[in-house]
Ligand binder design. Structure first.
Ligand code: GDP
Length: 478
């Protein structure tokens, strides 16, 4: 039913019409499932689902378990504008990379790694160098999970600001651990304790205050304490079980791609499992490729790339999209077939998406609740003013939540933005607007991503609908 984008009851009904009695928990064999799908006008290729099955977000297969080795953490920097994200990225890169490397030439390929002394050995940390939660969530909305740890930068002279709160919501929704860098402590006006105090309101309590969030005062400008920050990242990564099997064909995610006039399609691939080698045959999204050459983040030609590292790859037949997954195949024919099959499938899934909604809406939630399948209702709340946000949050807390938990991923005053839509799409959430409007482009994005956006001008109507959905009583909206 999920793949056909129809309610389960429709599958059960189709079977019933053929004289087959089933319940929603029953497993169908392939011929029966094929019959149902074809009944609904969908051609079934039994090989395609297996190839796609390899594409699940979890990068490890059962076969990897005997060969697991630790891999470096992949880190994204987030925070409010002007709080120092770019400066921090640059200054970590400069202090850690330029040392001892010929001319200190660095190449921007979308990610870079640094060496850090930790527990008496040299370990690596990999940074994605597009800062901000927008890029992070746009990737996640496409199903890619590339970040292991988020660094939240908060300027000590400015404190928690709207995008700080957004970044916290986005990292939490993705269940990515947060390390806080309290930046600009070189400034006279810096008040690191005020930042810590403000962050407690968003569930981040510093370790030294009895919480479990690591907060490091730093200056991206002078370089103060950056070593400690890097060590803390490694400390957090130790408990995160970051493993990969270097001894298998590579797979991972496209983090950047463009068309170079001289070189053709160029893509930066983040290797998340296995080892990528020159000569490997791969499929990235629906693009076929044979790795002709690889360049690492230091601009060096390399023959292979290991888990958690990014390499720039030449030899693709076309430009894939950032967020696309890539897989290496041993057989060129198979890879070509999968690439062209994906192209067909993408067309089909776009068609399906146009025909019917895949994402959650209050209505689908209501029918899930009716069937007792609903455990959690994810909401994003945007309202005219902070007062409304607080009033609505307080009212939501009053709703009975024994069966279904309301999880508010983000609650803030302001317009509904494209980033909100991405967050909703990535987290199966419904957006609730209260006396607010769409920022430019957001409505279109919501339509495209099939995100349910509801706007209200009276609180009780809002609460009625949400309670109705939780209880499975919402009248379908036509
Ligand atoms: P972003 O928008 O978060 O990427 O912020 P930027 O990295 O562009 O920094 C914004 C401004 O803050 C720039 O003028 C930086 O020079 C300045 N800045 C960043 N970090 C520090 C710091 O640690 N101390 C001081 N005094 N200024 C900083």
């Amino acid at each position: 039913a999920d793949m056909l984008v129809v309610p389960e009851t429709e599958v059960i009904r189709a079977l019933f019409m053929k004289g087959i009695m089933t319940t929603v928990n029953q497993v169908l064999d392939i011929p029966t499932a094929t019959m149902v799908a074809e009944e609904m006008g969908i051609l079934v290729d039994t090989e395609a689902p297996e190839a796609e099955a390899k594409k699940v977000t979890e990068m490890l297969d059962a076969g990897d378990l005997e060969n697991l080795q630790r891999r470096p953490p992949v880190v994204t920097i987030m925070g409010h504008v002007d709080h120092g994200k770019t400066t921090l990225l640059d200054s970590i890169r400069k202090t850690k990379v330029a040392q001892g490397e010929a001319g200190g030439i660095t190449q921007h390929i979308g990610a870079y790694h640094v060496d850090v002394e930790h527990n008496g050995e040299t370990q690596q940390v990999v940074f994605l160098d597009t800062p901000g939660h927008e890029a992070f969530t746009a990737m996640r909305a496409r199903g890619a999970r590339v970040t292991d740890i988020a660094i939240l930068v908060v300027a000590a002279d400015d404190g928690v600001r709207p995008q700080t709160i957004e970044a916290i919501s986005h990292a939490k929704a993705a269940e990515v651990p947060i390390v806080v860098a309290i930046n600009k402590v070189d400034k006279e006006e810096a008040q690191p304790d005020r930042v810590k105090q403000e962050l407690t309101e968003y569930g981040l309590v510093a370790e030294e205050w009895g919480g479990d969030t690591i907060m490091v005062p730093v200056s991206a400008l002078t370089g103060e304490n950056l070593d400690t920050l890097l060590e803390m990242i490694l400390l957090v990564s130790e408990v995160e079980d970051l493993y990969a099997n270097p001894d298998r064909p590579a797979k991972g995610t496209v983090i950047e791609a463009h068309l170079d006039k001289a070189k053709g399609p160029v893509a930066t691939l983040l290797i998340q499992n296995g080892t990528l080698r020159v000569g490997d045959i791969l499929v990235a999204g629906s693009v076929f490729g044979k790795v002709r050459a690889m360049v690492d983040d230091r601009g060096k030609r390399v023959e292979e790339g290991k888990p958690s590292f990014a390499v720039e790859v030449l030899g693709l037949s076309d430009v894939p999209a950032a967020g696309d997954e890539f897989d290496v195949y041993l057989d060129e024919k198979e890879a070509r077939a999968i690439a062209s099959n994906r192209t067909d499938q993408q067309r089909l899934s776009r068609l399906q998406q146009a025909m019917s909604s895949r994402r959650v809406s209050l209505n689908t939630i209501s029918s899930q609740a009716q069937e007792g399948d609903l455990k959690e209702l994810n909401l994003i709340l945007k309202a005219d003013v902070q007062g409304s946000v607080e009033a609505i949050l307080a009212a939501l807390q009053q709703l009975p939540q024994k069966e279904v938990q309301v999880r508010v991923l983000l609650a803030a005053p302001g317009e509904i933005t494209e980033t909100d839509v991405d967050l909703a799409a990535a987290s199966s959430a419904v957006i609730i607007g209260f006396n607010t409007t769409f920022a430019s482009g957001a409505r279109q994005a919501a339509d495209q991503a099939d995100v349910d956006v509801r706007d209200y001008t009276v609180i009780y109507a809002l609460l009625d609908d949400i309670q109705g959905a939780m209880e499975g009583l919402l009248e379908p909206e036509l």
